[in-house]
Design a protein around this ligand. Sequence first.
Ligand SMILES: [Zn+2]
Length: 351
Amino acid sequence: MTAVYQPFKRIDVDRVRDEVSSERGARSIIERYGLEVRQRSSRWLRLRECPRCHYVSSSLAIGIRVDGEAWVHHSSARECRGDMFDLIGACEGFDARKDFRRALKIAMEMILIDGEVDDDERIARENERRKRREDAARAERQRIEAAQISAGNEWARLKREWWKKPRAYVESRRLDARKLIEHGYLLLDQDGNACVPLFGFDGELVNIARRFARPRDPSRKVTCMKDCPHSGGAYLGRLQEIQHGTTAVLTEGIFDSLTAAQIWPERVILGASGKGQLATIARHAAPLILEHGGRLVLVPQNDASGGGQDAMVRAGRAAQEAGLVLDRHLFVLDITPHKDLSDAHCHGWRP
Ligand SMILES: [Zn+2]
């Protein structure tokens, strides 16, 4: 017998990663492991079952990015997330963070790249990169979990004897404080300042914003809890409440959000904590609205500088990019000549 010498083929880890972190890569994994896709939106393929922990979700908690960049099982404490190598590991029942070489081999076989995986140095580098990314993601998760705990504690503390708290400030804006409190949209502190929940996009309470009746510094009417996320979520409503035929209302600021909640108790109110958040919320909400056949109503503020309208125009564009069509899924509420919804409501405006 004579030895047959195969030409040596060096594997380019970067190339395999690029190939597998793609729409084609995600699709190959879904086919190979027979993953059941429940729903598809422009960005996510939602799975029925988590390939890692096998939890079966009736909501939209488990998904693979259409572009193959990542997969995640939301609010899962376990290691149910990562890139396509991690997804392969999850489907095969091993941890790609511990055995990257094995995940790499399967990925190569799947996308038909042949050659030998024997470049130890490159694999070590890739392992290191993946570990750093994982550490950063874990630190971020811990930060959010800590925020959920402190925001939850603060909300519980504010709730104590809520009926004894002064309601005059909130009621001066023609709001029914008692009703809003009963719905979980509002709490008051001992000075009657308005406190509202900020929910992260995964539906967890992550912060509480407070609007002062008598701010010491007039340029700082609103404060948030300082070690908790100030962005990446919405006041009052959760994205997860967007269901079949939901009308969601995008507002800016605490009083406009509370006013919307009072005027439209059956709608989901998504309140932006600042102008910059309007487009972010729209980008997250729009795919869900589209999937569920709902509607999104934008309520712009008419400030003298025009900044409120501009920010809402950007939010509208983000919603359209995600597939919402103006006058079909997407509506803009005109409250001129009033400066905002709260002001309109105080002056007797009705929808
Ligand atoms: Zn899971």
